[in-house]
Design a binder for this molecule. Structure first.
Ligand SMILES: Nc1ncnc2c1ncn2[C@@H]1O[C@H](COP(=O)(O)OP(=O)(O)O)[C@@H](O)[C@H]1O
Ligand SMILES: [Mg+2]
Length: 205
């Protein structure tokens, strides 16, 4: 649709227009409204529009990594989200939308930063536990732990490969992790058991 192309062109110009002096967060807040109102796709406009916010902030080097996940805030305050977007469209009232948007950015960023602190604390605690309990396997145990921060579900077979251990030794190591409350068996099976780094996953709840 040429109409949509024109509106998308307009959005792009607005995003890059350096004659408009406005803080990046305000600019992307307005652009998100604009994008959702243009609604260029049949589906996925919400998701792409939220991605746009995070990727814009990365491109402006305000974020070093795409780690601002606003979807939880919008989902939690959904009717306000829709109401505020509608208010811009129907009444030209940007202020309520922008306040809502900035509150979301603030809350989400704080939450992410708290979670990160908790992850670092957990890492330190678990490392200490392993140094105190794994004996001469301590180094291998820390290798397994660092893998678990990337991939919190694990089979014994994987532990074998990651740590370069025999099946017996890998089993022993995984058992130690279970005893120390680091891993928990979640499959309920006796063969091909699956273990979860539960204290880590709990931090994201
Ligand atoms: N009144 C409104 N004004 C502007 N955008 C709106 C309005 N109501 C809903 N939207 C946007 O439309 C999105 C839903 O569109 P959709 O294409 O189904 O996206 P998705 O499939 O990613 O959820 C919502 O997340 C919201 O961003
Ligand atoms: Mg949809």
């Amino acid at each position: 649709m040429p109409y949509v192309n024109e509106l998308m062109g307009d959005l792009e110009n607005f995003l890059h227009n350096e004659d408009i002096h406005v803080p990046a967060l305000i600019r992307i807040g307005i652009a998100h409204y604009q994008f959702e109102t243009i609604h260029p796709f049949l589906d996925g406009n919400g998701r792409i529009g939220r991605l746009l916010i995070t990727l814009y902030l990365v491109s402006k080097k305000i974020l070093q990594q795409p780690l601002l996940y606003l979807s939880v805030f919008f989902e939690k305050n959904k009717s306000l989200y829709y109401d505020n977007l509608t208010r811009v469209r129907e009444k030209n009232d940007l202020i309520h939308w922008l306040k809502y948007f900035l509150t979301g950015v603030d809350e989400t960023a704080r939450q992410a930063s708290n979670t990160l602190s908790e992850i670092l604390k957990l890492k330190e605690n678990v490392e200490n536990t392993l140094r105190n309990t794994a004996g001469r396997r301590a180094h291998t145990a820390l290798v397994l732990l660092s893998y678990l921060f990337k991939e919190p579900f694990i089979h014994v077979k994987q532990a074998e490969e990651i740590c370069n251990l025999s099946t017996k030794a890998a089993n022993g190591l995984v058992n130690l992790f279970v005893q120390q409350g680091i891993l928990k068996e979640v499959s309920g099976k006796t063969r091909y058991r699956l273990f979860l780094f539960e204290p880590y996953l709990n931090l994201f709840k």
